[in-house]
Design a protein. Structure first.
Lengths: 314, 515
């Protein structure tokens, strides 16, 4: 049990500390693919340090909710990072929330961010919050469909059981998971405000979704939000890895598999970041009102995955 | 050529394709009606303070007709200067009339919209900066007061207003956009510009002719060569200076270099605005190569101060071998990038049917230049009214009918290829000889008008020189005057997040019209 708790703390801390690195890697790859010289991989850490050192500027009419939201968002993402098995399976935190509760944790963070965006009363904040909700209410059911497909296979919505079934039992090819994987990719792109749904690097206020919500934040608040964004990308990557590429995650109580698990995780993250930046480099952002179509397709693929499970795998 | 429409208007030839007429105030409406009936357009409207020569005030308009540019000047009485409203016939006159009032106190009688335009809160409503008795010295601290402006409100259930600007998140010029939206759909957009008003026209007063060229080129930095050429054309016309042939060919070379540079940059930005950074980086790499070569050959990336009164300041060093080579490389690379844009489904989906300005609306509101050619307004001074050397270059006009973002992008592509071809041609046929002719000293007051097809549209610079040889009044006109209102039309029915893309597809100048 003590090792379990230590492992849990280590894994959560590792996620928090490594998340900006993944962001740095994605930014680097993107720069290379565009033919630019890239910022150093440690750039996100420097940005965080810079932001933490600055004095916060807060609107006069901001309510306490506005100040509180960044901490809430960061805490939600840290919790989510603790729940998803990244290095070791079956940690003490894991029973606290299954896949469905995880969706709820993400939703909680989103609600706080959207409320904070509307709190100041600027038009961009409200615009961003509204668009974020448009994306979210379509992405969440699609994400649930993906989880249902995986849980139908393992007969449980608990992430450790899913990983255990897929990684450490006899190897079986599940066609349903192929559909779920594509759906999950599309949802991750939308949820993490990446191209083609949102553009994380734009300066055009009118086109923003996620960025419009955080325009009023500065200094430590902005740092926490930026960090939470990196952490969210990291958690989604870990989630994707746990569901679709779980091989290498150390089984319960097997400490000797840990070094390999860390190495494998890093490799998978590097690969995931490369693929993400490549997909971003070749895509353009879709018109805002095409985003529902994009997420509708993801939902459809999730449902198809479930149907295929019933048709072929039962 | 003396007829426009149904009347005989004693047009006086000012230069090739340029005519002058001085009607009475009462005839102005008839003249405008005749121009309209004959399919012409109003392109510029400005005023002047002629009280020093006991002529009261002057109201000037420039029309484009089948015969060319018609410059009509009307004298107005010193007390209560007013002229009949032209905006009902030519809606593009609306903002020019309001700006003219803000600067000179000349009123358009019967105008529907008489709100201020250029004046924010820098000077009082009863002082007029362009009047000669207005001191150009820095103003005494002006009592703070609200810059009230009556925006047109849209009311109804669920209608929101989003004010955007004048300060934006990117490094772009300031302008205020007031959107009335329902959901993300735009019901109305109203612009408020004038934030970059610097008193350029006032600054011109009393300048010598050479300094004037430097200032004219800086009215809108991306159109430096077009402004400088138009200014010099006006000055040379006024002082009857014959520019050497080689200088004219070099000016055309500069103008086409400028057009290519701007179009490359815009095509990149159009990609960037739909988050296709690949296109942005590639086009800007090409633009950078282009600018560096320009700097190497002529000493300035944007050719600043290369065009001077009487000719040009720099000569083509070699026979243009390096430029020819880059021209050929650009033709290949731009074609390849065009293929990428053409085949990119999402990009095409974003461009097509976005920000449509239909041809009939474009004609009614006087959409001009590049954006006009994207909406079937087939006007290009290089083609229809070619001055030397364009009369021997046989320029092909690029036009599209749909008037959407895609059409404007296609016009840019076509013009890049055409300009590259022209540059190749110009380099091949460049005549030898001197590149500058000294201006003869002026004996008496004189006037001239320059008309150049810049990359954005026609640039017009009207110049009047005093008997002392100094500039008396200079009015630079940017095509953005006519095109900004069409942006308000193009956005209707589109969604808010498409606005930056539509805006970029027009890429209008703020400083060029705020002056």
């Amino acid at each position: 049990m003590t090792t379990g708790i230590l492992l849990q703390i280590a894994q959560t801390l590792a996620a928090i500390l490594l998340a900006p690195l993944l962001m740095g890697w994605v930014n680097q790859c993107r720069a290379w693919l565009q033919g630019r010289s890239a910022p150093p991989i440690s750039q996100p850490y420097r940005t965080l340090r810079k932001l933490f050192q600055k004095d916060a500027v807060i609107a006069h009419n901001a309510s306490p909710l506005f100040r509180f939201a960044p901490y809430m968002v960061f805490a939600c993402m840290a919790l989510a990072a603790g729940i998803v098995p990244t290095i070791a399976n079956d940690l003490p935190f894991s029973p606290a929330a299954d896949a469905i509760a995880l969706v709820g944790v993400f939703a909680l963070a989103r609600v706080f961010l959207a409320l904070a965006a509307m709190d100041i009363g600027t038009s961009f904040g409200s615009l961003g919050a509204r668009r974020e909700m448009l994306v979210a209410f379509l992405a969440e059911p699609a994400l649930l469909m993906v989880f249902f497909t995986a849980s139908l296979i393992s007969q449980s919505t608990e992430l450790p059981v899913i990983v255990q079934t897929l990684a450490h039992k006899e190897f079986v090819i599940y066609p349903s998971m192929a559909f779920a994987a594509v759906a999950f990719w599309m949802i991750s792109v939308a949820e993490n405000a990446r191209i083609p749904v949102d553009n994380p690097t734009t300066h055009l206020e009118l086109t923003m979704i996620h960025e419009a919500m955080i325009l009023e934040y500065s200094a430590r608040h902005l740092a926490l939000i930026e960090w939470a964004v990196a952490l969210k990308l990291f958690t989604y990557s870990a989630l994707g890895i746990a569901l679709f590429l779980p091989w290498g995650i150390a089984p319960q109580g097997d400490l000797s598999a840990l070094p390999l698990a860390v190495l494998v995780l890093l490799l998978k993250m590097l690969l995931g970041g490369t693929v993400l930046s490549f997909m971003e480099a070749i895509s353009a952002k879709v018109r805002l009102f095409r985003a529902p179509e994009f997420l509708g397709t993801a939902f459809l693929l999730g449902v198809l995955g479930m149907l295929i499970h019933f048709l072929l795998e039962v | 050529m003396t007829r426009i429409g149904t009347h005989d208007w004693n047009l006086e030839a000012q230069a090739q394709h340029i005519w002058r007429i001085r009607p009475e105030v009462g005839q102005l409406s008839t003249l405008a009606r005749d121009v309209k009936d004959a399919g012409g357009q109003l392109v510029a409207l400005w005023g002047s303070d002629d009280r020093s020569s006991h002529n009261g005030y002057g109201l000037h308009t420039a029309f484009i007709t089948a015969a060319g540019l018609v410059w009509a000047s009307v004298g107005l009485p010193e007390d209560a200067p007013a002229y009949p409203d032209l905006a009902t016939l030519f809606p593009q006159a609306d903002r020019m009339q309001r700006a003219t009032f803000d600067l000179l106190g000349i009123r358009a009688e019967g105008a529907v919209d008489d709100r201020k335009w250029l004046r924010h809160s820098a000077w009082a409503a009863d002082s007029f900066p362009l009047r000669k008795d207005f001191s150009a010295q820095p103003l005494a601290p002006y009592p703070a007061h609200s810059d009230a402006y009556a925006f047109i409100r849209v009311e109804g259930d669920g209608v929101h207003e989003i004010p955007v600007g004048p300060i934006h998140a990117g490094v772009i010029e300031p302008g205020h956009f007031r959107f009335s939206i329902i959901g993300d759909r735009v019901l109305k957009l109203e612009q408020r510009l004038g934030y970059t008003h610097q008193g350029v026209e006032k600054r011109f007063e009393g300048m010598d002719l050479d300094s004037g060229a430097r200032l004219a080129g800086r009215v809108s930095g991306d159109s430096h060569s077009a402004y400088a050429w138009a200014y010099c054309m006006a000055v040379e016309q006024a002082t009857s200076c014959n520019v050497p042939e080689r200088a004219v060919w070099l000016r055309a070379l500069f103008l086409e270099i400028e057009r290519v540079a701007n179009h490359l940059g815009d095509l990149g930005y159009l990609g960037n605005d739909v988050a296709l950074s690949f296109g942005f980086m590639q086009f800007w790499r090409l633009k950078e190569d282009w600018l560096r070569l320009t700097a190497k050959m002529f000493g300035h990336r944007y050719l600043f101060d290369c065009i001077v009164p009487g000719g040009v300041a720099v000569d083509l060093g070699d026979d243009g071998y390096a430029m020819n080579r880059l021209v050929h490389r650009l033709i290949d690379e731009v074609a390849e990038l065009k293929h990428v844009y053409d085949e990119h489904a999402t990009l095409q989906d974003r461009f097509a049917n976005t920000g449509i300005c239909k041809p009939d609306m474009a004609a009614r509101l006087g959409l001009t230049g590049l954006a006009g050619r994207g909406s079937a307004q087939a006007w290009d001074a290089r083609v229809q009214f070619p001055q030397s050397p364009y009369d021997s270059l046989d320029v092909t006009m690029a036009t599209q009918r749909k008037g959407d973002v895609l059409a404007r992008a296609e016009v840019r592509f076509a013009e890049v290829f055409e300009s590259l071809r022209l540059i190749h041609d110009i380099l091949k046929r460049m005549p030898a000889g001197p590149i500058r002719q000294a201006l003869a000293p002026t004996q008496s007051a004189c006037e001239g008008i320059g008309w150049v097809e810049g990359w954005r549209g026609e640039i017009i610079v009207a110049v009047s020189i005093g008997a002392n040889g100094k500039l008396e009044r200079v009015h630079p006109h940017d095509p953005s005057w006519q095109n900004w209102p069409l942006l308000e039309i193009g956005i209707l029915g589109n969604i808010v997040p498409d606005f930056p893309l539509i805006n970029k597809s027009f890429n209008l100048s703020y400083s060029g019209q705020d002056l």
